[in-house]
Design a protein around this ligand. Sequence first.
Ligand SMILES: C[S@@+](CC[C@H](N)C(=O)[O-])C[C@H]1O[C@@H](n2cnc3c(N)ncnc32)[C@H](O)[C@@H]1O
Ligand SMILES: O=S(=O)(c1ccc2c(c1)CN[C@@H](CF)C2)N1CCSCC1
Length: 282
Amino acid sequence: GSAELREKPRREEEEDEEAVDAMRVCYQGFDPAAYLQFNYTPPRADFQRADSIVPWKLACLHRAFSEGDMQGEVLVDVGSGPTLYQVMSGCEVFGRVVLTDFLEVNRRELQRWLQDGSSSLDWTPYLEYVCQLEGRRPSASSEKAARLRSVVSDVLPIDVHRPCPLAPGTIPANGADCLVSCFCLESVSPDLAVLTRALGHISSLLRPGGHLLLIGALGESYYLGAAGLRIPVVPLDEAQVCSSLKSSGYQLLQLSIYTLPAEMRVGVDDVTGVFFAKARKP
Ligand SMILES: C[S@@+](CC[C@H](N)C(=O)[O-])C[C@H]1O[C@@H](n2cnc3c(N)ncnc32)[C@H](O)[C@@H]1O
Ligand SMILES: O=S(=O)(c1ccc2c(c1)CN[C@@H](CF)C2)N1CCSCC1
C-alpha cells in the first residue's frame, strides 16, 4: 500500500547508513585463514561423516546445477570470501564464473589459488567430493581445478549495500544468468530490512528468467571473523527467508533446511541451521 511506498523519514535512512558503515568497519579485521580454519576443516568439513554439513551443502549445489533448468553463460558468486566450494559444481555448467568480495584480502586469497594453487586451505577434498557427486573418479579433481581456473574470468570488488553492487560494465548489461551467494547477506547486514534491500540490489545483477542459489545461516546472531572478532549476524528463520525472497520478487522453487548436529556447534558462531534456496527471477 501507499504506506510502504512512502519514503522512510530521513532519520531511519541515516540510521541504516550508519549501521551499514559500522558493518564495513567490522570487516576490516576479517582474517581469511582463520575463517577457513573455523568453518572449512573438521568437524564441519568432515567428508567421512554422512551427516556432516559439507556433503549436504555440496549435494544441494550439485543437484541445483544438474536439474537441467539452468541455461546461460555467466555465473556470479556474491560475497565469495576466501572460499571456492560454492562454484565447484557451477563451473561445469557455465562458461564464465565471476567471483566477488568486499575485501581485498579475500580477493587476493582467491587470486592466489587461481594463479598457483596455493591457498590457506587445501580444496582437494572438496574437489574430489564434487567429482564423486558427478560420477567421476576422485582423481578427476585436478581436471576440475583446471576447469575452475579456466572459467573464472574475474575476482571483483562488490558491495551489496549499493544499489549497483558491481562496477558498471563488469558483467553483461542484461545481467548474469545465475547468481550464487553463500552466508553473505545475513552476515553483512545490520538488520532484516537492510538484508532484504541488499537482496533487491543483487537481484539487479540477474537477468529475468535467471536463477538465484542462496545459502545461509539460520538462527545465527554472531560469528568469529577472526580470533576474537565477533561479527554480528541477522538471526533468520525459514519464514523470514521466504518472505525476503518473495518481497524481492523471486519465485521460490526449492528450500532445504539442515539442522546442525550438536558436535558441529564449535563455538565459532551460534548458527543452528543452514538453508539452501533455489529461486527464479521472473
Ligand atoms: C561469512 S563470509 C561468506 C564467505 C563465503 N561465501 C562462504 O560461503 O563461506 C561473508 C563475506 O561477505 C563479505 N562482505 C562483507 N561486507 C560485504 C558487502 N557490503 N557486500 C558484499 N560482501 C561483503 C565478507 O568480506 C565475507 O567474505
Ligand atoms: O555450513 S557450514 O558449517 C558454515 C559455513 C560458513 C559459515 C557458517 C556455517 C555459519 N557462520 C557463517 C558466518 F557468516 C559462515 N559449512 C562449513 C563446512 S563446508 C559447508 C559449509
